[in-house]
Design a protein. Sequence first.
Length: 242
Amino acid sequence: MSIFNSKLFNAQILNTFNFNEELNNKEDIETIATENFILNNEDPSNDKPIGQGLTPIHHCPVFITKKNTGNEPGPQGNIYTAYIRGNIKDTGEYIMLLEALAIANEQDEIHMYIESPGGMVSTGATIASAIASCEGKTVGIACGLCASAASLIWSACDECIVGDYAMFMYHMSSHMDMGNSERIRTRAEEMVNYVKNCLLVEAVKKNHITQEELTTLCETCNDVYISAADMKSRIGGIANVA
């Protein structure tokens, strides 16, 4: 069966070409789909179950499914599913997720499964900003460790879901600097204020961390760890809806 008609291609279409790229014919789409996937040395013409044998070459793949066919009663729109795992890297690794957040409309949902020790604060802030301006419903699902920049992304979502084996960590950002000592101190103070008054505002607002914990992580070198059970009790169950 042609990859153009397969379940695999239809479900993974976001990984094959840019959302706004105009493709002239079926052959163009098939070529791009074949070039953008590694199917474990399997013939890409096989009609395989969604995700089976698939190794996306992108750090943060985004998958798309329809809520329904459009011929049935019930919710319309798309569900975009992204997996944020491992170290959070440069923003360029998350272009597909950022574009999904940008194009989603009110009928769409963006589900982000998060298991990450954190990483670049600038990338976390960029994704959180895209979540804040997204017209669709954003859902963060903490699957395992959700720390630092990853917890920032999770707290930014409209709906925050806690997996049974999740663990959360919030802390002050780290950075390297050099040059004039007074300038270094000024930059460090600016970063502390940025974390306190911008990056962690949603976490405090949604009771993911307390005001006391915010003060602790901003004025000491201590990190704040929160278990899945504790987080569930803070948000009143499995989900926290903004």
